[in-house]
Design a protein. Structure first.
Ligand code: ZN
Length: 189
């Protein structure tokens, strides 16, 4: 099983695109793109896919945002949760990560297998688990940047910018201004 590391540009672009779809705002998309790189700061401590890659920790800001009342504090917390969850789920799908830490110190990986069998598309998935292996993640074992990764990331960012532009056009349309300001007031953005 490969412990491949997803490229930072792809992490950025996928979080950017999802935030653009959710909030239709450039600032939210940029914030999500930047924050999604946070879990990899564990590399500075000589380990990758450490506890910073826990899905439970990623969802903590969302839980706090639901518990607090101040609308202006809710939005950044929700962007942070999305950004962290995107990072963790992408790495869970491409290798092992301790997604259930601190409930479980084991690390898990999603194994996807799909292809054409007997003339129809067959999809099988499994969740693999193993004890946390610090040594397996001690160094980068995949290129930080590839041409293919950069191309896909650029495509995603361009598509997301179109989504944001379309959102702005709706906000400027007759009736859209009231709807948009009501949504902003509700979500604290
Ligand atoms: Zn990572």
């Amino acid at each position: 099983m490969s412990c491949g590391r997803m490229e930072p540009a792809l992490h950025f672009a996928i979080a950017f695109a999802l935030a653009a779809l959710m909030w239709r705002r450039l600032s939210s998309a940029l914030l999500a793109g930047a924050l999604t790189l946070l879990p990899d700061l564990d590399l500075l401590l000589g380990s990758h896919r450490s506890a910073s890659h826990s899905l439970l920790l990623a969802l903590l800001p969302l839980a706090i945002s639901l518990a607090i009342r101040r609308p202006s504090a809710k939005h950044p917390l929700q962007v942070l949760s999305l950004a962290l969850a995107v990072h963790v789920l992408l790495e869970f799908a491409t290798g092992f990560a301790p997604v259930l830490w601190p409930l479980s110190t084991e690390e898990y990986s999603l194994s996807l297998d799909f292809g054409f069998k007997g003339g129809s598309l067959a999809l099988a998935f499994d969740v693999l688990r193993r004890p946390y292996d610090c040594d397996a993640h001690g160094e980068l074992n995949a290129p930080v940047l590839t041409l293919e990764g950069l191309a896909v990331a650029l495509l995603l960012v361009v598509l997301a910018l179109q989504v944001i532009r379309a959102g702005r056009a709706v906000a400027r349309s007759p009736g859209g201004r009231e709807l948009w300001s009501a949504k902003r007031a509700r979500e604290g953005i």
